[in-house]
Design a protein around this ligand. Structure first.
Ligand SMILES: Nc1ncnc2c1ncn2[C@@H]1O[C@H](COP(=O)(O)OP(=O)(O)OP(=O)(O)O)[C@@H](O)[C@H]1O
Ligand SMILES: [Mg+2]
Length: 412
């Protein structure tokens, strides 16, 4: 296939693996026709600490993707996950001069909502307008909520927005890595916003849902209420910490602990009905030494490790007063959510419904192996679409910095 503009490309730069996916739209649904996966290096706990190594991982995955479908590409959508990110929820209201709301009115309302002071070391990367209210009464706060305001008759328009800011350092590192990897950035999307596209339905977003992506080095979690993202955070721990806890508990190497986790892992001790002995090797064991551990003791360590993670999430959600808003409960993604009983442990910890997420195959399809939870972000990046008005606002505000330049180069 020759290069043309009828396809899109995503790059998920994770702590464990880097993924490149190519997809095209067929009958209103995206179909992934090319992919490449490489082992990540230069990334620790979700943060790029060596641009050259990260660029090499991107090059490796891109080359594999090219070979898988013989299609050349350059512009990509890439994810970002920053422990210092913030999601600010803001409303912007304007008076309508004419009879009907115009595109310029909408832009002006969005601009008002987005007029948040951003510290010099941060920038807005995504902003989502999810609710438009016409003629809101200043006393009762009631108004007419519409999905699309342009062309409607009203005296005032209010737009509710979720504004995501991340550190310049994170944006610069990903931008440099992608460029040194021989590619160009089309979009930068918050990890959770991307994953939610493939894994969460609009109904769930309306009802209140928390998406948890448990990766190797980080856990991204986001709360969606009233249709849009209202809170997002990154905890710098994930599946690799579980492996490390097993290694520490049994004095085994990281590789040995990872094998034990993948072959015998379970998140709930109570689901182990009959115990068994499992052969393993300790760090300094000579080859001939046969050592055993009990399955139950392994699962105890794993359960505790997941509980440590869940309790950090719980504390955070409680302090944000978001706990009671999750009518649709929790949806899990990310490689480390694949451990048996992860959803049941989450349910027992939060007493709120929890389920392992599934790709919405009405919107995107791919070969079976790519529908696994560790590809949630790469798939979601393909689906993420900017609202045109938000794009114009982002470009105006970020004029001069990297993100502004990216938008200028590729979108306008
Ligand atoms: N069946 C499984 N049971 C338990 N853990 C698993 C399983 N399969 C994969 N994992 C864990 O999932 C993690 C990798 O997940 P993932 O591929 O989503 O990470 P990543 O996207 O590279 O990293 P991050 O998002 O943290 O930057 C590893 O820690 C791995 O041990
Ligand atoms: Mg990931």
């Amino acid at each position: 296939m020759a290069r043309d503009d009828n396809f899109i490309v995503s790059v998920d730069v994770g702590s464990r693996k880097t993924v490149v996916l190519l997809a095209e739209e067929i009958n209103g649904r995206l179909e992934v026709f090319g992919h490449g996966v490489s082992k990540s290096s230069g990334i620790k706990k979700g943060l790029i600490n060596d641009v050259k190594q990260t660029a090499q991982s991107i090059k490796d995955a891109a080359k594999k993707a090219y070979l898988s479908c013989n299609t050349d590409f350059h512009h990509v959508s890439v994810n970002i996950s920053d422990p210092h990110l913030t999601v600010i929820n803001r409303e912007g209201q304007i008076f309508i001069a004419g009879d009907e709301i115009s595109e310029q009115d909408l832009d002006a309302a969005i601009k008002t909502a987005r007029a948040v002071p951003t510290p010099t070391n941060k920038q807005v990367i995504n902003s989502v307008s999810n609710c438009y209210t016409l003629d809101k009464d200043p006393i009762t706060h009631q108004g007419v909520v519409v999905e699309q305001p342009i062309g409607q008759e009203a005296k005032t328009l209010e737009v509710a927005m979720h504004i995501v800011t991340v550190s310049n350092q994170c944006v610069n590192a990903i931008d440099q890595s992608i460029r040194e990897g021989g590619l160009g950035i089309d979009n930068i999307v918050l990890n959770s916003l991307a994953s939610s596209e493939a894994y969460i339905t609009q109904d769930e977003k309306d009802n209140g849902v928390c998406l948890i992506d448990i990766g190797a080095g980080v856990t991204n979690f986001s709360v969606f209420t009233k249709g849009g993202i209202t809170y997002s955070a990154v905890i710098q721990t994930g599946g690799d910490q579980v492996t490390q806890d097993i290694a520490d508990a049994f004095d085994a190497s990281f590789e040995q602990a990872e094998r034990l986790k993948l072959q015998h892992g379970n998140a709930q001790v109570k689901s182990i009905r009959t115990d068994k002995l499992i052969k393993f090797q300790q760090v300094d064991d000579p080859e001939e030494v046969e050592r055993y551990l009990s399955h139950q003791s392994l699962v105890e360590v794993i359960e505790q490790s997941y509980l440590n993670l869940f309790s950090q999430i719980r504390q955070d959600l409680k302090s944000q007063k978001l706990y009671r808003l999750l009518k649709s409960g929790f949806v899990l993604t990310g490689g480390a959510s694949k451990i048996k009983g992860c959803d049941a442990l989450l349910l027992s910890c939060f007493k709120i419904r929890a389920k392992q997420g599934r790709v919405n195959t009405d919107r995107i399809t791919a070969e079976r192996s790519l529908l696994e939870p560790e590809y949630a972000c790469a798939l979601g990046l393909l689906l993420f679409e900017y609202d045109e008005s938000d794009l114009r606002a982002i470009q105006e505000e970020n004029d001069g910095n990297i993100f502004g330049k990216i938008k200028q180069q590729f979108k306008f």
